[in-house]
Ligand binder design. Structure first.
Ligand SMILES: NC(=O)c1ccc[n+]([C@@H]2O[C@H](COP(=O)([O-])OP(=O)(O)OC[C@H]3O[C@@H](n4cnc5c(N)ncnc54)[C@H](O)[C@@H]3O)[C@@H](O)[C@H]2O)c1
Length: 336
């Protein structure tokens, strides 16, 4: 049985709680949450841009801490889900690894490449598993699309465009999302989902060219692959109130077009040039959050699974987003 501590019981803490609660080989035994109000409201539903966070958490069955050091000193967890605001990811991940527990830390890994390096080194030194919560690598439609790209049946990729449109995250009481020093701004918080998927599906580009508004609440990036596909991704968290969260893509292969829009019915389609019927079977096991938590649990159980996301992959994605931010700021292409 994997004993899990959830650190930060906001929107994503509740999402991880729901995912861990669905796994027979694991049990959430402790939480660490600094806000008395958040703890007092644990029985009430929370808000977020994607459905699935636990509606209700019964704290009576858990050990409750407001200080991570005390939780770790109690020795009652094997692993942490770190679902804290981004600026706290690096220090708390290192603290957990140094205390001898495995860590599943939400994306983005950290605000700087130097902090990512500290996390990678701490995991290696401790000999513990570190996984970063890049849920899109586990999201069923994105997994199916990557399988079609890599499978080669429909030829090489020609082009792709990715879109992620959201209203401003408004669920956090102290608005840390709006503070670039704490969240890294929209590109590091929201756009990173597509950046990481581009990295995963097509590899590291040679250069990036981005445009953004002055506060980078919108960004659009062209990823350049010499002699490779033409890839673009755009995202914003400035959609007006009432806009339903949207993630979508169009991927053009030599012999097929793959389409996804989370709000469309059907959401996932594949059109083929030769009229053949594509395999539209999606991976099972729930949404990307449930599947990433299950993957982490399987790694801890010693199962021989495909790594999907190594700490170094997540570090490289941070390097890529920071290059996009620099490109938009300076109005020039940035090499990787
Ligand atoms: N994978 C995804 O799709 C996704 C979606 C949203 C957010 N995120 C990421 O998840 C992380 C958390 O985001 P969120 O939306 O859950 O934020 P949130 O503000 O809802 O939750 C953070 C919680 O941490 C608590 N906290 C802050 N400092 C603390 C400390 N020192 N010790 C203990 N508790 C502390 C806060 O009181 C709050 O309850 C961020 O890095 C964010 O980028 C990922």
């Amino acid at each position: 049985m994997i004993r899990v501590g959830i650190v930060g019981l906001g929107y994503m803490g509740r999402m991880h709680y729901r995912c861990w609660s669905g796994l027979p080989g694991a049990k959430v035994t402790a939480v660490c949450e600094a806000s008395p109000k958040v703890l007092a409201d644990a029985g009430k539903p929370t808000k977020g841009n994607v459905e699935g966070a636990a509606e209700h958490i019964d704290l009576d069955s858990l050990s409750v801490y407001s200080d991570l050091g005390k939780l770790l000193a109690a020795g009652e967890v094997d692993a942490l889900s770190i679902t804290l605001p981004t600026f706290l990811h690096a220090d708390t991940t290192v603290q957990g690894l140094e205390a001898g527990v495995h860590v599943l830390c939400e994306k983005p890994m950290a605000l700087t490449v130097a902090d990512c390096d500290r996390m990678v080194a701490a995991a290696a030194k401790a000999g513990k598993t570190l996984q970063i919560g890049h849920c899109i690598r586990f999201w069923p439609e994105y997994v199916a699309a990557r399988n079609l790209i890599k499978g080669g049946r429909y030829g090489k990729p020609i082009a792709a465009s990715f879109r992620r449109y959201s209203t401003m995250p408004a669920w956090s009481p102290d608005s840390w999302f709006a503070d670039e020093q704490r969240s890294g701004g929209q590109p590091l918080d929201l756009h990173i989902h597509d950046t990481d998927y581009v990295h995963y599906a097509f590899g590291m580009p040679a250069t990036v060219s981005s445009v953004a508004d002055p506060h980078q609440t919108y960004i659009s990036t062209q990823y350049h692959y010499p002699d490779g596909p033409a890839i673009v991704a755009e995202s914003t968290w400035r959609m007006a109130k009432g806009y339903a969260f949207e993630m979508s893509f169009v991927i053009v292969l030599e012999g097929a077009t793959i389409l996804y829009d989370c709000n469309a019915k059907p959401a996932f389609r594949v059109l083929t040039s030769d009229g053949s019927t594509p395999d539209l079977t999606l991976p099972t096991g729930g949404d990307g959050y449930a599947r990433e938590v299950e993957h982490f649990a399987r790694v801890l159980a010693g199962e021989p699974v495909d790594p999907v996301i190594t700490p170094n992959d997540a570090r490289e994605t941070i390097r890529l987003v920071l290059a996009e931010k620099e490109s938009a700021r300076e109005g020039r292409a940035v090499g990787l």
